[in-house]
Design a protein around this ligand. Structure first.
Ligand SMILES: [Zn+2]
Length: 407
């Protein structure tokens, strides 16, 4: 096995900064990180990124592969075409932007993309998939604009977000087991309203404690984590006390629910980019910025200041949330929430790995971990925005394999 050696100018990860690093890679793993010693082993394939900054591949814990060519809910488009677009283009857009791991938080397209990547049919980031997200009738995961019978049939509508309606403890357990039967990586449940829904506002708590408890019990028995789409304090309270591992969104959390999440070590994946884009659109059209978009940064700062472990999630789904734009979330952490650039990098790398349950193998550049490494031209500690420029992402390696190379 040929060893690979990446020479960098600087290395930046959640552990700190190293000057003149050399990262040695054997197979898919990092075997050594040299600092102050720029020699490379005899026979190693040298990748010279000596003017550049090495970073771990970034992690987006909230995407929905949709295969959308532009308009998200274009029902004229066939599922199959969208699947091909997602597998060939959206995976590439993520890789090119320096993201080497994502969690697809609900949808059949993402599930098939995961399988295609795992089989090596297509090049893409590591994908963890929840497959269908589980929802109450009329809830966030119910395609509310469709007749209920169509939704219950479970045919994919093609926009990449597919729900499984389940009401009552028995049906909820069955819904989780169905996802496990297909081999999902985690379970996603919608447990509050909100998020562009037409019927259920964000203040509606949807599942009961008993239903959530039963679903978490089954998932944990299979050693799978549970992520919930959740906004309001009561839904957070029910979720956390039922043992849910990850809250996504979380904008409306109050002091009591923040405290509860902190006590239980609940991870939170806010999705600021999607609100930020809505704000931009309102500004452009001159319309009023209201609701959660108006208080976005204060809401997320409260979660951060309480010491919760936050990760990057964007709700990237195509349409107004294009694939390849995930690094916007890191900028919003710095410019909006007020974290340091170093902390934003931790949030976008190691914390994402923690949410995935993969911090032993991903998230930092350390011996023993998988070689998911990117090389960038501009130091993100000086300019966090630069991570959004595709040409600035010079090298992308996933598991020791170079998948983008502009060197
Ligand atoms: Zn989502």
């Amino acid at each position: 096995m040929t060893m690979k050696a990446i020479k960098g100018g600087t290395l930046v990860d959640a552990n700190g900064v190293i000057d003149d690093p050399v990262v040695l890679i054997e197979g898919d793993k990092i075997v050594k990180v040299q600092s102050g010693d720029t020699s490379t082993p005899e026979g190693a394939e040298v990748i010279d990124a000596s003017g550049l900054v090495l970073m771990p591949g970034m992690v987006d814990c909230h995407v929905h592969f949709s295969g959308s060519a532009g308009i998200l809910r274009n029902f004229q488009e066939r599922f199959e075409v969208r699947l091909i677009r997602a597998a060939l283009q959206q995976t590439r857009q993520l890789l090119d932007s320096g993201f080497t791991s994502v969690m697809d938080t609900g949808g059949l397209i993402g599930f098939h993309v995961r399988n295609a990547v795992n089989e090596g049919i297509v090049e893409g980031p590591r994908v963890m998939s929840s497959r269908r997200y589980i929802s109450v009738t009329g809830g966030h995961g119910d395609a509310q604009s469709m007749p209920l019978e169509w939704v219950k049939e479970g045919r994919p509508f093609g926009w990449g977000m597919d729900g499984r309606i389940a009401d009552g403890v028995d049906e909820c357990m069955r819904a989780v087991r169905e996802q496990l039967r297909e081999g999902v990586d985690f379970i996603k449940i919608c447990t509050s309203g909100g998020g562009g829904a037409t019927i259920d506002p964000a203040w509606v708590p949807e599942y009961t404690y008993e239903e959530l408890k039963a679903m978490v019990h089954i998932a944990h028995s299979w050693r799978r984590r549970v992520m919930v789409h959740c906004y309001n304090p009561e839904a957070i309270r029910r979720s956390v006390t039922a043992g849910v591992d990850i809250i996504t969104h979380g904008n409306m959390a109050d002091d009591a629910s923040v405290k509860l999440m902190k006590e239980n070590g609940t991870y939170v994946v806010p999705t600021m980019a999607v609100y930020h884009r809505m704000v931009k659109r309102s500004e452009e059209s001159g319309s009023q910025i209201s609701g959660m978009a108006a208080t976005l940064f204060d809401d997320i700062r409260r979660l951060h200041d309480a010491g919760l472990t936050l990760a990057v999630g964007t709700d990237t789904m195509g349409g107004m949330m294009p694939f390849g734009g995930s690094a916007l979330e890191l900028e919003l952490y710095v410019e909006g929430v007020g974290v340091t650039p170093m902390e934003a990098i931790r949030i976008g790398t190691l914390n994402g790995a923690k949410v995935m349950g993969k911090e032993e193998t991903l998230g930092t550049i350390e011996p023993g971990k998988l070689a998911d490494i990117i090389a960038v031209g501009v130091n993100p500690l000086d300019d966090i925005k630069s991570l959004q420029e595709k040409e600035n992402i010079k090298l992308v390696m996933k598991g020791g394999e170079v998948l983008k190379n502009l060197l």
